[in-house]
Each structure stands twice: as structure tokens, then as C-alpha cells.
Design a protein around this ligand. Structure first.
Ligand SMILES: [Mn+2]
Length: 375
């Protein structure tokens, strides 16, 4: 059986105010194209970027589900920590008639779907994101001992395992943070105690399709994996290679893994350099974070739009001195005149002393302020 594993679509996400909906539509088309060659699609949570997604995000998800239903592709979906469990649950019983299975809530018996190929059944456990308190109140009562994420997941996954007959092939779909995983800036941390879950809780599954971490990675073993997000969602992901994971599950339950790269409409890049050099670069449509290394403060940064029409952020390296760095060697003293204090401050921030011209300009401004104060 061939499976396509994806996660963390974050539909409706904006980055520094820029809507990514066109980029998301573009990348979902690629995923649908790759899905032509598989037997089922697994989406491991964070369908939406937030609990109440914008209308265009709901439209895009609706369109995508329609395409999957047209292909008669069994599609197994769980909620992530960014999704509203109740809203994502909308219509799920009706969608099940079209082989679209959405599981967003913890239930007395963990949700299970059984698909078949020529070698027999494959059992899928659908484990939506939950906070440990949900397991605690549902199964142990409100006054019971507080559970960690690890306790709660171990309990619920053991329950899911009990429903799978011995020696059958099995796949878990979950949205958790497994110990050893590599994080990025665009994942929202789980609230409610140490989020770490030991990958051993999934030990008996033939494959574990995970969501939450945005970089594609395996955890300890080949068959426990995060597919990663289909797009780069923060600048610290600029060097990620985004992909979907294809799993070929053989008759014995062994898996062969292939990562199929996804090519974005616009890449997310970080560029660093001096203003004049960057402003004259070959234009790129990519979303850019620009780090200026000029010592002088550049005001006309909009001129960078010729080379980077879609830049999202500008940072200034010479001004990236952190407060701690700037104060370790503090030499200001109260006896200094304002000019002397400014001179020291300027030197600390830019690593260059004031030129005579700059000193005169500063003193002229000071005199003006004093004049205004007297008027
Ligand atoms: Mn996510």
C-alpha cells in the first residue's frame, strides 16, 4: 500500500502581514498531483493556522477535499494544536461517506480506519492533538492525578493498539512533539507542562505519520517521521527542503520511504549585504528577509523593492547590538555632557566614533532643541 504523508498546511497563514493563500493553493495542487499515484493520503494536523480561519482558507480546504473525493482517495485527517477541534469536526460524519475521515477529538475509543490492499488489512489509528487534561478528565476524573503529555499519549495510544489484532500492519497518525525532534520558529509551543513524548509509545506501528515539527525528519528510527510543512513558514526555515513523504508499505509491514520535493511559487530567502549592492541585484520574486550591513542608517529602504518586490522584513545588522552586549562595557557617566554621552552611545552601537561633521550636526540639533525649549 502506498501512502502520502503530509502535515502542517497552516491554511490562512500570513507572514509579516503577507497572505500566503496563493502560495498554499499552488503547493496543494502539487500535492494533489503527487497523490495520483498513492492509495491513501494522511494529513497529520494543523490544517488551518488558527481556530477561526479566514474565508479564503476555508474555501481552499473545501476545494482540496473535493479534489480528493473526486479521485476517490481515502483521506485520513487529524486536528493539530492550531486547529479548532469543534470547527474542523464540522461535516465529518457526512464526509466519511466519501472516504474523507476527519478526527479532531478524543473519544472513548480512539478512532480507527481499516483499509485493504492485496495483502490484507492495514489498521490506521487517528490520534488528534489533545492537551493531557482532556485525557485526565475523560478517563480518570477531574480530581485525578495530573498527567504529562507522555502519560496521556501513552495511555491513549495503548488504547488504540488494543483495537488492532496481533500481527496486522498498522499506521498511527498523530500531532505530538517527540523527544529529539528539531524545532523551528513557526510552530506554536504546546501549553500545559513538558510537551515531550517518548517515541517508544509508537513502538509497534509499521509507520507513524507525525505533524507539528515543520522540518521533515525521522525520530530515532526510519518509520517514525514528520513530513514537515509544505511551505517555509518562518525565516529560520529558509534552508529547509520541503517535501511530502511517500511510504511504500509491503506485505510484511516493512516500509520504504521516499521524500518528494515541493517547489514553491515563491521561495522564502534571507539575504544579507550592503544597501547599494542589494538594491542593484537581479530582481527576485521570492519573499525575502533583508539584513543590511551598512553602518549608516538607511532610510529609503523602499528602493529595495526593485530588486526584491516581495521583501517582507528589513533588519539592520549594525543595530542588532543586544542590550546586554551594549551595556557590558558601559562607560557612560552622569558627569558627561549630552554631546559626550551621545558620542559614546554612537560608538557603542556603530563601532565607529562620530566624525567631526556628525558631531557638529548633533550639536546644531541640540542648540535648536534648547532654543525651542526657551520659546
Ligand atoms: Mn504546525
Amino acid at each position: 500500500m502506498k501512502l502520502l504523508h503530509t502535515a502542517d498546511w497552516h491554511l490562512g497563514k500570513t507572514l509579516k502581514g503577507q497572505s500566503l493563500i496563493d502560495d498554499q493553493e499552488y503547493i496543494l495542487k502539487q500535492i494533489l498531483d503527487i497523490a495520483k499515484d498513492v492509495d491513501a493520503v494522511l494529513i497529520a494536523g494543523d490544517i488551518y493556522d488558527r481556530g477561526i480561519p479566514p474565508a479564503d482558507a476555508v474555501n481552499l480546504f473545501d476545494e482540496t477535499l473535493n479534489r480528493l473525493a473526486e479521485k476517490k482517495l481515502p483521506t485520513l485527517i487529524i486536528a493539530g494544536n492550531h486547529d479548532s477541534a469543534t470547527r474542523l469536526n464540522f461535516g465529518s460524519k457526512i464526509f466519511a461517506n466519501q472516504n474523507i475521515f476527519i478526527v479532531s477529538k478524543v473519544t472513548d475509543q480512539p478512532a480507527q480506519i481499516v483499509l485493504e490492499d492485496d495483502f490484507g488489512e492495514v489498521y490506521f489509528s487517528l490520534i488528534p492533538y489533545f492537551a493531557p487534561i482532556e485525557i485526565q478528565t475523560k478517563f480518570f476524573g477531574e480530581d485525578s492525578e495530573r498527567l504529562t503529555f507522555n502519560d496521556a499519549n501513552k495511555f491513549y495510544i495503548d488504547l488504540a493498539r488494543k483495537k488492532i489484532p496481533d500481527n496486522k500492519r498498522s499506521v498511527a497518525i498523530a500531532h505530538v512533539f517527540l523527544t529529539g525532534g528539531i524545532e523551528s520558529d513557526s510552530e506554536r509551543k504546546f501549553v500545559g507542562g513538558a510537551a515531550n513524548v517518548d517515541s517508544k509509545v509508537f513502538n509497534e506501528y509499521s509507520y507513524v505519520a507525525l505533524g507539528h515539527l515543520h522540518s521533515p525528519q525521522k525520530i530515532s528510527v526510519e518509520n517514525i517521521r514528520y513530513s514537515g510543512s509544505p511551505l517555509k513558514y518562518s525565516f529560520d526555515e529558509a534552508n529547509h527542503k520541503k517535501s511530502v513523504t511517500i511510504i511504500d508499505l509491503d506485505d510484511s509491514g516493512a516500509v520504504e520511504i521516499e521524500k518528494i520535493p515541493l517547489i514553491p511559487r515563491r521561495d522564502l530567502i534571507v539575504v544579507e549585504g550592503k544597501f547599494n549592492e542589494l538594491a542593484n541585484r537581479e530582481p527576485t520574486q521570492d519573499y525575502a528577509q533583508i539584513i543590511l550591513t551598512d553602518d549608516a542608517y538607511i532610510y529609503d529602504t523602499e528602493n529595495l523593492r526593485d530588486a526584491f518586490p516581495n521583501f517582507l522584513e528589513i533588519k539592520r545588522k549594525s543595530h542588532l547590538v543586544s542590550y546586554d552586549d551594549a551595556t557590558t562595557d558601559r562607560t557612560f557617566c552622569k558627569e558627561d555632557s549630552i554631546s559626550e554621552q551621545f558620542d559614546k552611545f554612537f560608538t557603542e552601537i556603530t563601532s565607529e566614533p562620530l566624525t567631526e561633521e556628525e558631531r557638529m550636526a548633533f550639536e546644531e540639533v541640540l542648540r535648536e532643541i534648547e532654543r525651542e525649549g526657551r520659546e
